[in-house]
Design a protein around this ligand. Structure first.
Ligand code: DAK
Length: 258
């Protein structure tokens, strides 16, 4: 796959999508978001890929929406034109696991895009922020919704209202990122994590993702019911037969194609 604003790498069952507008700090524009949707859907449908990694460069994940592109937007460009909604949220439709890997800045729409990943791994150089207030807008891709659900109201309000950036350590402490690695070894470590997941049965990984995401959309009772259906259904799958018989035979399970 060839794209103007993305770089694509294949690492076995792991596909890596790299945001790539180095001259504009990977600022997110329509073309990049269209390309990102295209790449995500292709990998989601590719049976050779079990896990997708979304990352940026060593310096920046993404410094937000492209301010130069949107500076002269009118209300007609945004609300009737469905700015953001029309092409920013494809990632939410992806059913395979998507790991966000962040080095350097993840600001504004960049932080919002990162939060749409299933979980985040960060370099010790990572900096997260929602500085939209400084350019006269509210966040528009979930910053006021996903951030408080993830790090709590006090921290989220602080970040959103002051535009303060948090570093990797604070991001890990508050639950925004799951693990931190030294910047030099970030991709190697992130690929190890991705490969661990890629060796699991992809159908079960997808069901777990689906079920965890349901936790944010429903009551506890309904969420547990939803989970239980997947659990029951698992007993009709090759993954359950292979996983449990491998355990009992004290051998490594082979979940290829499951
Ligand atoms: N957009 C466009 N260009 C950007 C950019 C951005 N967000 N961020 C950086 N650049 C460009 C700079 O203009 C500069 O370009 P040249 O001057 O070289 O041509 C180049 O990238 C390098 O940037 P700096 O010279 O500033 O580099 P530094 O290392 O000094 O600083 C920085 C890095 C990331 C701290 C700084 O660039 C920065 O503060 N950038 C802006 C961060 C920001 O404010 N992000 C939030 C953007 S607002 C909406 C929904 C969502 C949104 C809006 C509306 N609706 C539903 C209507 C979302 C809004 C946002 O994300």
């Amino acid at each position: 796959m060839e794209y103007a604003d993305l770089l694509i790498e294949n690492h076995g069952k792991v596909a890596v999508i790299r945001l790539n507008r180095p001259k504009a700090m990977n600022a997110l524009n329509d073309n990049m978001m269209n390309e990102l949707g295209d790449a995500l859907y292709k990998f989601d449908a590719d049976s050779a890929v079990n896990v997708i990694v979304l990352t940026g460069s060593e310096k920046v994940f993404a410094a937000g929406a492209d301010i130069a592109a949107m500076a002269n937007y009118t209300y007609a460009d945004t609300y009737p034109g469905n700015y953001i909604g029309r092409n920013w949220e494809h990632i939410l439709n992806v059913r395979k696991p998507v790991i966000g890997v962040v080095a350097g800045y993840a600001l504004g729409g960049g932080c919002e895009l990162a939060m749409m990943c299933d979980f985040l791994i960060a370099a010790d150089s990572a900096k997260f922020g929602q500085p939209e207030i400084k350019v006269g807008v509210t966040p528009g891709a979930g910053g006021t919704q996903r951030l408080p659900r993830t790090i709590g109201k006090a921290k989220a309000m602080d970040m959103l209202l002051t535009s303060r950036m948090i570093d990797a350590a604070e991001a890990e402490r508050t639950g925004l990122v799951s693990r931190i690695f030294p910047a030099e070894s970030l991709m190697e470590e992130a690929l190890n994590v991705a490969n661990t997941i890629a060796e699991m049965p992809v159908s079960v990984a997808m069901a777990i993702k689906d079920s965890v995401n349901r936790a944010f959309e429903t009551t506890l009772t309904e969420g547990v019911r939803y989970e239980r259906r997947f659990f029951h259904a698992a007993f009709g799958t090759p993954a359950q037969k292979e996983g449990m018989s491998a355990f009992l035979a004290k051998r490594k399970a082979n979940f290829e194609g499951m």
